[in-house]
Design a protein around this ligand. Sequence first.
Ligand SMILES: C[S@@+](CC[C@H](N)C(=O)[O-])C[C@H]1O[C@@H](n2cnc3c(N)ncnc32)[C@H](O)[C@@H]1O
Length: 528
Amino acid sequence: MTDSASEYVLDAPYTWQFFGYQSPLVLNYIARLNGVPTLPLDRPFTYCDLGCGNGVNCNVLAECFPNGEFYGVDFNPEHIANANGLMAQGGCTNVTFLENSFEELLESFLPKFDFIALHGIISWISEGVCEDLYRVVDRFLKPTGLLYVNYNALPGWEPLLPLVAKIKELAADIEGDSIAKMRGVLGPLATLEFNDAPPFKDNPAAKYKLSTMLKDDPNYLVHEYLNSVVRPLKFDTVADDMAAMGLVFCGSAEPADNHIDLSVPAEFRDQFPADEEDRPRESRKSQLLKAGFRRDLYCRAEHRGRGAQSFDDWVFFDTGQWEQEGRGEPTNEDEILGAVIRAGADGSRNIAELCEALKGYPKDTVVDVIHRLFAEKYLNVAAQKVLPVPTLADSTLPGQGLRFTAPLNLAIMQKLFLADGHCDLASRIAGNGRRLQGMQALILVAVHDVGFDAAPALVRQLIDHFKITWHVKGKAVTDPVEREKLLTQTFEAFLSGDLVKWTREGVIEALPPGAPMPAENRISPMLA
Ligand SMILES: C[S@@+](CC[C@H](N)C(=O)[O-])C[C@H]1O[C@@H](n2cnc3c(N)ncnc32)[C@H](O)[C@@H]1O
C-alpha cells in the first residue's frame, strides 16, 4: 500500500465541473454500440466515482437517475465536505460520499458496482497508488460492469512534458500555497514564451497550452500541473494494466471516436480495416493521431459481446445544432440526415417508432444515421421520451413564474451559476447534465426570481451588478437604446427557445398561479 496523501495536492480544492461523458446513459450507449450487453437504467443499479472531487458529477447523476445508488470517494476532506454540502442542499438521497483514499477502500465493505468512473485520476497518481486503485476496481466492479477511465495520452502529450518540468521548476522557488505557486509561474512562463525560449522554442503545442492556461481556473491548473506525479500514459500501458484485471477495451466515451470515418482523416482510413480487433486498432490510432487525451470504456473480457444490438427502444432528440448551422433545408446529399432530424427532433418517438415514421428509408440506414448524428452532436441521447412541446398557454404563463423541478438544480444555480456564469443542471429526461449559460440563462434567473412581468427590470439590474458587457458578433453593445432592443429580442427568443427546451427536458416547470417564489429560493444576489 502507498501513502497517497503525500503525493497529491491537498491545499487547493479542484473545480466544480460536470462531465457528461460520465453519465451511465452515455456509457451504456457506447457499450451497446460496441456489442456489450447493457443494463436498463430504470431498474436499480450502482455507480461509483473514484476521486470524485467536489461531487458535482455524482450529485447531478444521482438526481438524473433516482434508481441508481451513487458513491463518490475522495481523500480530500474539503472535497467531501463540499460534495456533502451540495447533496444536503439539493436533497439527494441516493448518493453517499466517502472520505477515503483508494488504498483505504481495499479494507471497506462497499457494494459491487455496475459502473465505475475514473475521471482525471490515473495520469495524476503514481504507479504504486494506481496499483491500489486498480485493485479497488477489480474487487468492486461487477462481472457485467463498465469502467470509464480518462487520461492524458502519449504520444500526443509528449511535447508538453518539458512545459510540465518547467512549471515544477519555477513553482519550487515560489513561496506560498499551491495556488500562489501556480499564479506565480504564469508570468515567468509568458516571458519565456515571448522570448521564444525553451520549453516554447519550436514547440507549438506548449505555446498553445500556455495560451489556454492563462485563461484557466488556477484551481484546475494546480491539479493538472503541480501534483508530484503528472504521468501521461500510452494506450497500450493502460490496456496492459486493464488486461491484468481481465478487462478489455470496449469503446470510447467520445461518441465520434467509435466511428473510423468520423475520427480518422481520410488519408489514413485505409489503414483501419472494419473487422480489425479493438486493441491493435486503438493502439495505432493513438500513435497516428497523437490525441493528448483519451476517454476509454472497459468491460470484463467474458462480458465483451460482439453482435449488433437493438436500439429500438432508445430515444434521441435534436440538440439544435442542425438549425444553428442553417442546415434547415436538406440537400440531396444529406436528405436522409435532414429527414431523421425532423422526424426525431422532438424526442417523442423511440428508434422503432422513428423508423416506422420513415418507412421510405431502409431501417439499417436510419439507425446508422442516428448513430452518426449523435456522434456529430446533432442529436442527444435521452433517458426517457422528451416531454411534449409546451406552449405558453399550457405551461408558463406571462404574469406567472417558473421554478426548478429538482431542489438540486436550485442549489446548483445558487452556488455555481452565480460564481461561474454557467453550470450544468440535472435532467431526468436527458439522463445527463444540461449546460446553462449566457444571456438566456440570466433571463431564466430573473423569471425564476420575480416572474415574467418583472423579469426584464431584474435582468437589467443583473447585467449592471455583474458588469456584463453584451457582445453581438464580437462587438460590444454600449448604446442604451440598442441594449434595450437586444434585451426585448433576447427575451422573446427565450420564450420560444430555452424556456421551451428546459421545460421539455424537465429542468423547469410553471410555478403554480398565485404562488410567489419564496425569498430563500431566489438566486439573484441583490434579492437573495
Ligand atoms: C483531477 S481531480 C478529478 C476530480 C473529478 N473526478 C473530476 O473529474 O472533476 C482528481 C481527484 O482525485 C482525488 N485523489 C487523488 N488521489 C487520491 C487517492 N489516493 N485516494 C482518493 N482520492 C484521490 C483528488 O483529491 C482529486 O479530487
